[in-house]
Design a binder for this molecule. Sequence first.
Ligand code: ZN
Length: 261
Amino acid sequence: MPIARALLWIASAGALALLARTVLGAAPPPWVAAIALGGYLTLAAVGAVVPQLEMYGDVFWRGEPGTRGVALTFDDGPDPATTPRVLELLHAHGARATFFVIGHKVRLHPELVRRIAADGHAIGVHGDQHDRLHTLRSPRRVLEDLERAIGAVEAATGARPTLFRPPIGHVSPRTVAAARRAGVTIVAWSVRARDGVGSPAPEAVAARIARGLRDGAVVALHDASERGDREPASVRALPQVLDALRSRGLPTVTLDELGAG
Ligand SMILES: [Zn+2]
């Protein structure tokens, strides 16, 4: 069991013990209760925003030791302005990747999703509306959003996706429950481009990624911006990333080939 999940269980047992003491008339001093509550909420929040901790359920974020290859992953597409550019670069380098597409964009550009699949890449879902607050929504709404995105990909390609990267990578117990119901594996990353906010220089993005390139790595990039209003730095950094992979003799693989799903 992941350490963070064990920690959450121990903290929950401690919270219940404090509650039991209070009910039995031996309430702890208010400052003890306040520190316990604050610590518990902090632990729970860290578990949601750091998916690699796997606090609430299993998350695939790197290959098992001994697996060969690097999984490049692209979020927030498809976008007619930038996704074709990414596909051309991958094709020119003989590289394969996994695309986490947003349901409402899939319905607008199903032909792009078919092209991603035809080029030999894997396709996962990234939510239907890219709801940044999805961890706070009702379990039903989280599941409905996920199912809508899955349905959009299935309608476009004829294949049901089995991989799911939650919007902004947050994983709550509701995310885990919805993924289980929908039959998809939750995917995070071992190295991240961090080009979702602001406009980092492509060189900085490529250098950050290069430090995390090794067998079993899962690299989180963007083939589109969330609103489709600019070109993410990942796109211009991609040639340097592909060159770094080639010079180190690291092959690219889809997430399925790395052992996800
Ligand atoms: Zn995203």
